[in-house]
Write a protein that binds this ligand. Structure first.
Ligand SMILES: Nc1nc2c(ncn2[C@@H]2O[C@H](COP(=O)(O)OP(=O)(O)OP(=O)(O)O)[C@@H](O)[C@H]2O)c(=O)[nH]1
Ligand SMILES: [Zn+2]
Length: 356
């Protein structure tokens, strides 16, 4: 095992030489559970915690390691290792933390590509794909669309879906596979180059675990039978993982990532819907929302049939979601700031009083 097999790059090595003390090991986080991390190095796997100082000075979730992170750690024995530093991340998949509005959670780091998995039977939905694309573009992860369960429909239906997709989603590779017959696997395997890191985004039951098991060449995760009535897999993957595939690719898969929403999608919407962005430069009003304004080029294009109506509707919906998210973040920051100031004023008063 070399660090390169885990996805180590020259950039990371340069950072290590410049910024990491020589007595520390380099490793990659392959699993995380309640602030305990499984870190893989050339010597094996270690269970690690972060230094007290790292925890104390952490400003947000971003300051804690996540699956996919490269870290510098001190190894004491097989059970004890301490993470001292997180290497700079080149990509991050984030999502809105459940329950806490505006709080962002990082699901994984340093991912090169994402497999956007949808089944061609009942799950297929272009709006959802546009959502995944937006997540990819804002996370600096390159998307590849994978259509699964092609054995369940006839060839014509697969061609129809592919053509439909390509007319709406430009410049993204589309691979159609069957996890049953393994049709399409050769093409997919060729795309997954050695040392590159991948993740999967897709709804429950579309065949992600089956795909991962087949690509890894060993049983990594149990897959459950789909219940006929709901078309949903019963089994839900239970913990985070980073797996090295047969062909040398690296796949990160964890349940949280399977539920990513539109958190911090700076730039993502614009890339996914770049046609809309280009059209909007011709709108009469600079701040046109493309809903009811006069002289709106976007709506004009929809009316003329030059812009797909459902793509337009999906854009408006995601734009609203994004604004909602941004305003909750802004509100939270304001509250935090207010609280911080109150605390400071209180402390000042307190000090004055104590000094008399
Ligand atoms: N016919 C057919 N069935 C498939 C295919 N891929 C997966 N399945 C079946 O669909 C069910 C769900 O597959 P999983 O791999 O568990 O789906 P998943 O996306 O990992 O689901 P979660 O773990 O819930 O996220 C299983 O019963 C699989 O055997 C396929 O290409 N063709
Ligand atoms: Zn407009």
């Amino acid at each position: 095992m070399k660090l390169k097999d885990l996805g180590y790059t020259d950039n990371l090595e340069q950072f290590r030489r410049e910024e990491v003390p020589g007595n520390l090991e380099t490793g990659r986080v392959v699993a995380e559970h309640k602030e305990r991390y499984i870190v893989k190095t050339i010597q094996g796997e270690f269970e690690a915690e972060i230094t007290g100082n790292m925890r104390f000075s952490a400003g947000s979730r971003e300051d804690f390691p996540v699956v996919g992170d490269w870290v510098a750690l001190a190894v004491y024995d097989s059970d004890l290792a301490i993470v001292h530093k997180i290497f700079p991340r080149f990509s991050m998949i984030k999502r809105q933390a459940a329950g806490q509005s505006g709080e962002v959670q990082i699901m994984a780091a340093n991912i090169d590509y994402a497999l956007l998995v949808q089944a061609v039977d009942r799950d297929f939905n272009i709006n959802r794909l546009e959502r995944y694309l937006t997540i990819c573009y804002s996370s600096k992860v390159s998307p590849v669309i994978v259509l699964t369960k092609t054995d369940l429909v006839n060839e014509r239906r697969v061609d129809e879906i592919t053509a439909n997709l390509k007319s709406r989603v430009k410049d993204v590779p589309v691979v159609a596979v069957s996890n049953e017959t393994r049709a399409g696997y050769e093409r997919l395997k060729k795309m997954i180059e050695k040392g590159t890191t991948w993740c999967m985004l897709g709804s429950s039951g579309v065949g992600k675990s089956t795909l991962l098991n087949n690509l890894s060449g060993r049983a990594v995760m149990k897959t459950g039978a789909v219940s006929q009535s709901t078309n949903k897999g019963r089994h839900v993957t239970s913990h985070r993982e980073l797996v090295i595939l047969e062909g040398g690719g690296i796949l990160i898969d964890n349940p949280g990532m399977r539920e990513v929403g539109l958190a911090d999608t700076a730039g993502g919407l614009e890339t996914t819907f770049d046609i809309i962005v280009r059209l909007s430069q011709h709108c009469k009003f600079k701040d046109c929302t493309h809903t009811s304004e006069t002289g709106c080029s976007v709506r004009e294009a929809v009316e003329k049939g030059e812009l797909d109506k459902s793509s337009y509707v999906n854009y408006l919906k995601m734009e609203r979601e994004k604004s909602h998210f941004e305003s909750t973040v802004a509100e939270r920051r304001k509250k935090e700031k207010g609280f911080g100031k109150m605390l400071k004023d209180y402390n000042k008063k307190d000090i004055k009083q104590r000094r008399g």
